[in-house]
Ligand binder design. Structure first.
Ligand code: NBP
Length: 471
């Protein structure tokens, strides 16, 4: 059979995606810069409809036209290098898909450049890790709509299926829209992970619970409204013991320095550039950065004064308080993430369909959760919703859970247990629901030292006050 599609890059993601596509009855051309990796994939899977090539020329020549090629290579220069090799061999109307974790600005540039040669370029966010790529990821493709239509049948086959059977893929929008949405997905993932880590830490260091007990609490939560992949894996992680022999929980032996590959940072950077508050995600990025300053933290822990106040803890009540604080804060994080995507969509002219984004995140991806159904429903009711907090379901959660966050943050701050994510969430909520903020004073200061002027509440126009007379 002539391959209907080709995959470039035979590291774990490309290999698994190729196997996924093959498993749905397609013949798949495969190619990798280092030929031995291509050979190994074929040797390990002799009964699969995989067509290996060892030169780019053979690879391109092996494909059905118009050609459909998915690149799964390291983001950045390697992606440009692969495009540079493929481009002279492609024809007008061919579709090139970048499935890497690419910065959306790079995708916008490449889309515009390739468009000049008549090549369709799709930047596609892929979420779900290695297993997702193999069994069904959540896919976020952005680029020319006609190009999407050419690959949609295959993408529908390979994507994860939500509970209602709907595939977790949809056309996201032109040029960089897909990679942008994937970037915000990752930012939200950072936020979810940080809020879960804070919940664990509060149970550990404020309530004084054992790792086993905390595992039980997460297990229970995974069956309620917090039900999600990240809560599930947290419950499981906390039950796992040392794999090198001791009987300690493995979490107690893992160094508390969090790494990152930059997508959370990009998400915050974009929010800053677009002027959208995205404090929960940004605090999560900072939390990873401060975690990485291990030596400094150890030194500071020895010399900086500890809190002196005592807090009284009612265990059962505090656990329920944490559960509510976690759900409330998650809600704030998603409200911010979706608001960011709304502003980005207007700025870049992407016409994002917010309900569809929640829909394709219901399965396959890292942030998959029952909660996303509520977001879908909110946008079903009102596609123009400015902020999720205006939806009735979210308003109700805010009404019923806000006191828990306030109480928990108060206790944690008094006891000196860091809760940057929870604090950011409740601060955002309080700022967002304030008809009046102290920015009047900020404007007065700006006008005082920089003559930046201000508007007034009682009349039209721009004003400057004579704060002092120059000597
Ligand atoms: P890596 O991100 O480790 O990339 C390795 C691949 O890039 C190999 O095929 C390698 O070829 C190729 N490559 C490099 Br490096 N430089 C190249 C060049 N100059 N020319 C041609 N090929 C080059 O692989 P991965 O972890 O499978 O991820 C692939 C993509 O998927 C990345 O963009 C990643 O961010 C994204 N992603 C990963 C995950 C995940 O969970 N791992 C999830 C979602 C998305 P070689 O074998 O010849 O060195």
């Amino acid at each position: 059979d002539t391959p209907q599609i080709g995959v470039v890059g035979m590291a774990v993601m490309g290999k698994n995606l190729a196997l996924n596509i093959e498993s749905r009855g397609n013949t798949v051309a495969i190619y990798n810069r280092t030929g031995s990796k291509t050979k190994k994939v074929v040797d390990d899977h002799p009964d699969k409809q995989l067509v290996p090539s060892y030169t780019v020329e053979d690879f391109v020549a092996s494909l059905e036209k118009p050609r459909r090629i998915i690149m799964m290579v390291k983001a950045g220069k390697p992606t440009d290098a692969v495009i540079g090799e493929l481009l002279p061999l492609l024809d007008k109307g061919d579709v090139l898909i970048d499935g890497g974790n690419t910065f959306f600005g790079d995708t916008m540039r490449r889309n515009a450049e390739l468009d000049k040669s008549g090549i369709n370029f799709i930047g596609m966010g892929v979420s779900g890790g290695e297993l997702g790529a193999l069994e069904g990821p959540s896919l976020m493709p952005g680029g020319q709509k006609e190009a999407y239509d050419l690959v949609a049948p295959i993408l529908n086959q390979i994507a994860a299926k939500a509970e209602d059977g709907q595939p977790c893929v949809t056309y996201i929008g032109p040029n960089g829209a897909g990679h942008y949405v994937k970037m915000v997905h990752n930012g939200i993932e950072y936020g979810d992970m940080e809020l879960i880590a804070e919940s664990y830490n509060v149970m550990r260091n404020l309530v004084g619970m054992s790792v086993d007990e905390i595992a039980g609490v997460f297990k229970e939560w995974s069956e309620g409204e917090l039900s999600s992949y990240l809560i599930d894996i947290t419950a499981e992680i906390l039950t796992r013991k040392d794999d090198l022999g001791s009987d300690k929980p493995i979490v107690d032996l893992i160094l508390d320095e969090a790494g990152n590959k930059g997508t959370g940072k990009w998400s915050s950077q974009s929010a800053l550039e677009l002027g959208v508050p995205q404090s929960v995600i940004t605090e999560s990025v900072y939390a990873r950065y401060i975690s990485a300053m291990k030596d400094e933290r150890v030194a500071a822990s020895k010399v900086l004064p500890q809190p002196v106040g005592n807090v009284k803890i009612d265990k059962a009540a505090t656990i329920e308080m944490i559960r509510k604080a976690l759900y409330f804060s998650k809600l704030m994080s998603y409200a911010q993430g979706f608001e960011q995507m709304r502003v980005a969509s207007e700025h870049y002219d992407w016409n994002l369909q917010y309900g569809d984004l929640a829909k394709i995140w219901r399965a396959g991806c890292i942030i998959r959760a029952q909660f996303l159904q509520n977001i879908m429903d909110a946008y079903d009711k009102d596609a123009e919703l400015k902020n999720l907090l205006f939806d009735d379901y979210f308003k109700d959660i805010a009404r019923n859970y806000q006191e828990s966050v306030r109480d928990l943050v108060g206790l944690a701050v008094k006891a000196g247990v860091p809760v940057p994510g929870f604090s950011a969430a409740i601060s955002y909520y309080d700022s967002y629901r304030s008809a009046v903020l102290p920015a009047n004073l900020t404007q007065a200061q700006r006008d005082y030292f920089g003559a930046h002027t201000y508007n007034r509440t009682d009349r039209e126009g721009t004003f400057h006050y004579t704060w002092y007379t120059e000597q």
